[in-house]
Design a protein around this ligand. Structure first.
Ligand code: GLU
Length: 439
């Protein structure tokens, strides 16, 4: 059975970059009829917050990305300790005592000599007596996994055949000096224990994958299929990392972006398949194809979400938005007609407010100098509301008769006089919704 996971650290709000990872893993599981696990990488007790756990769940629920179960790393520390013991017993784990400053110095020296800054494994040569002395002086050490210095190869679901020379990578630290298990060890244990079959994550994890493959094998686990999607950039190809804070899912929600608009874009952006609005999550699941994605950075423009949202809303039947329409105070007897007229003229649901204000209160007339006389004559011919579907036709015919105006010269000044705008819904449909006309 296909089992995937989305593994955010609850140290902040989800943004569009995280969504890409969450969505791909969700879609793979759902398309295969498998399981999708929400895993909270909360081994850092200082930075992990329940408020972010709640927010992550709220954001995923908003999008309809349902999970089959939740796992928290903070409740699995015993398992990680056991795995550490196993690695020690197998001679794949060693204690190191370098301070961050010492490590930094080593790195600088290597770089100066034109060598890659790979940890030199000095700690491997420490005798037990030396370790005791260092422990007495500096406290507990940190623990590194001893990589087998060979080529690590895998067939990446997006990047194709990949290989990394383990000798070019530092032995990863899996336990910090303060005893905190680091992500790599926890993630590997979880992937093994939960039977994860497919891992999709950002290409910033490619090197991690190489080392994780060796740790999984050292622990006797089955290596899942890995795929690394490209990172998102801004519309001009600029790094998005610093701006991701402003692209939080909750901010997009607050701006009125509709879930299906966002999902439709993210399920296709960066792939060879065209972006098009899908009418349901099922349709997105059905059409998802991981192999259509490429390695090149993916340009993301938040502005692309607005036309998709508008398109989505224009297709919605009244029932889908009845609650929001009523919440504006639109009377029941015209609520559906109001929606049918307004939905073609909004970008987000928040725009409904403006259209309803116009219907309820009328608009300040906008009249060009050349039209003053004609509009005055027209207003004299306009009865008070309520209007019907025939009112616009009857009124414009009467104004034409009285003023001799026709075509655009007739209709545009009247539209501007009634709505204060030179664009908007079909006037014959709008007029029955007008509760008031300002003269
Ligand atoms: N918590 C990790 C992250 O957000 C998970 C990475 C992974 O998928 O293994 O980067």
């Amino acid at each position: 059975m296909t089992v995937t996971r989305f593994a955010p650290s609850p140290t902040g709000y989800l943004h569009v970059g995280n969504l890409r990872t969450a969505l791909f893993n969700f879609l793979i599981a759902r398309k295969a009829g498998g399981q999708f696990i929400l895993r909270l990488d909360d081994t850092d007790p200082e930075r992990s917050k329940q408020e972010y756990v709640d927010a992550i769940m709220e954001d995923l629920e908003w999008l309809g990305l349902t999970w089959d179960r939740v796992e928290r790393q903070s409740s699995r520390l015993e398992r990680y300790e056991a795995a550490a013991e196993e690695l020690r017993a197998k001679g794949r784990f060693y204690e190191c005592f370098e301070t961050p400053t010492e490590l930094d110095l080593k790195r600088k020296k290597q770089l100066n000599m034109g060598r890659p800054p790979v940890y030199d494994r000095a700690a491997l040569n420490l005798s037990e007596a030396e370790k005791d002395r260092l422990r007495a002086e500096r406290g507990q050490g940190h623990w590194r996994f001893k990589l087998d210095q060979e080529r690590i190869e895998w067939e990446d679901g997006i990047l194709g055949a990949l290989s990394i020379d383990a000798a070019s990578v530092s032995d990863p630290v899996l336990i910090r000096a303060d005893g905190q298990f680091l992500y790599t060890l926890a993630s590997v244990c979880d992937d093994i224990d939960f039977g994860i079959t497919n891992v999709v994550r950002g290409s910033d994890h490619v090197t991690n994958t190489a080392t994780q493959i060796q740790i999984i094998e050292a622990l006797g686990g089955t290596v899942p299929g890995f795929a690394h999607h490209s990172l998102l950039t801004g519309p001009q190809g600029e790094a998005l990392s610093k701006r991701l804070g402003t692209l939080a899912l909750r901010d997009l929600r607050a701006q009125g972006i509709e879930p299906l608009a966002l999902l439709s874009l993210m399920a296709r952006l960066g792939s060879s398949q065209p972006v098009e609005l899908r009418s349901s999550l099922d349709e997105i699941i059905e059409g998802f194809d991981l192999s259509a994605f490429g390695a090149a950075p993916t340009k993301f423009d938040v502005n692309d979400l607005f036309p998709l949202t508008a398109h989505y809303l224009a297709q919605q039947p009244f029932e889908a938005v009845a609650e929001q329409v009523r919440a504006l105070g639109v009377p029941d007897d015209i609520a559906e007609a109001f929606w049918t007229v307004a939905r073609e003229n909004i970008t987000t649901l928040t725009d409904l407010e403006g259209w309803w204000a116009l219907c309820r209160d009328g608009a300040e007339p906008v009249v060009a100098d050349d039209d003053r006389e004609m509009v005055a004559a027209a207003m004299a011919l306009l009865p008070e509301p309520p209007y019907t579907a025939e009112s616009w036709g009857a009124w414009t015919a009467a104004v034409k008769e009285a003023t001799g105006r026709k075509g655009k010269g007739l209709f545009m000044p009247l539209r501007k006089a009634l709505t204060g705008m030179d664009h908007g819904p079909d006037m014959a449909s709008l007029m029955p919704l007008l509760q008031k006309v300002r003269r």
